[in-house]
Design a protein around this ligand. Structure first.
Ligand code: HEM
Length: 196
C-alpha cells in the first residue's frame, strides 16, 4: 500500500540526489582528506573550483531578487583564502563549468552548493584535527552567519515557494544532478593532479 505524499521541491531535489550524494560522500572519504593537510588541500582545490564556477550564479541580479542574501552565501573567496593558508596555489579553471543555465537550472546548482554546507558541519570537525579552523584553512566549511540550519531553512523556504512550470521543475532537477556530477569531476581531477 502506498502512502505517498506530495514532496516539496527541496525534498524532491534531496530525494533525486540521494544516490549521487552517497557516491560523492564515499568518494570524498576514499581520498581521506582529513588524514593529512596535503590531501585536505586537494579537497579544498575542488571546493574552490566548484565555488568559483558558481560565482556568476551567486551574483546574478535576478536570482538575488529572489534570494536577497545570495551573494553573501558564496564561498569562493573563503575557499581561496583557505588555499593561501594551505600554501596551495589557486588552481586554473577546469573545462566544463556551468554556463548560462536557465534560472531553474541555476536553482538546482545552488541547492547543491547550499546543501553542502550541511555536510560541512561534520567536515569542519575533522579539519580541526588537522590544526585548521574556521579562520585558518577551513573557512569555507565555517558555520554561516545566522547559523547553518537557519541559512538552509531560509534557502529552501524561498526555493519551495517559487512558482515553477513542469519544465522548470525538470530543469531544477537537471541542475542539481549536474552539480553533483561536476563536483565529482573536480574532486577526481584534484586528486589526480600534481599540486603546484
Ligand atoms: C557538492 C555537494 C556536496 C558534497 C561534496 C557533500 C559532501 C558531504 C560529505 C563528505 C558528507 C559526510 C560528512 C561526514 O560524515 O563526515 C556529507 C554529509 C551530509 N550532507 Fe552533503 N555534500 C554535498 C551536498 C549536499 C546537499 C545538496 C545536501 C542536502 C540537500 C547535503 C546534506 C548533507 C547532510 C544532511 C549530511 C549529514 C549526514 C548525512 O545525512 O549523511 N549535502 N556531505
Amino acid at each position: 500500500m502506498s502512502t505517498q505524499r506530495t514532496l516539496s521541491r527541496s525534498q524532491r531535489l534531496n530525494q533525486i540526489t540521494h544516490e549521487p550524494h552517497g557516491k560523492l560522500d564515499a568518494l570524498v572519504k576514499a581520498h581521506a582528506p582529513f588524514e593529512t593537510q596535503a590531501s585536505y588541500a586537494r579537497f579544498v582545490v575542488a571546493q574552490y573550483q566548484f565555488q568559483s564556477e558558481l560565482v556568476a550564479l551567486y551574483n546574478d541580479a535576478q536570482l538575488t531578487a529572489l534570494i536577497a542574501d545570495l551573494p553573501a552565501r558564496c564561498r569562493a573567496e573563503a575557499a581561496k583564502a583557505d588555499l593561501a593558508d594551505l600554501h596551495t596555489e589557486v588552481p586554473p579553471p577546469v573545462a566544463g563549468a556551468v554556463k548560462n543555465p536557465t534560472q531553474a537550472e541555476a536553482l538546482g546548482w545552488l541547492f547543491v552548493s547550499e546543501g553542502s554546507k550541511l555536510g560541512a558541519a561534520f567536515l569542519i570537525k575533522r579539519a580541526v584535527g588537522l590544526g585548521l579552523s574556521e579562520t585558518v584553512g577551513a573557512r569555507h566549511l565555517a558555520e554561516p552567519a545566522g547559523g547553518r540550519a537557519e541559512g538552509w531553512k531560509t534557502f529552501t523556504r524561498i526555493l519551495d515557494a517559487l512558482p515553477l512550470t513542469e519544465q522548470q521543475e525538470a530543469e531544477a532537477d537537471k541542475g542539481a544532478l549536474a552539480a553533483f556530477n561536476r563536483f565529482t569531476v573536480l574532486l577526481e581531477q584534484a586528486y589526480a593532479t600534481e599540486l603546484a
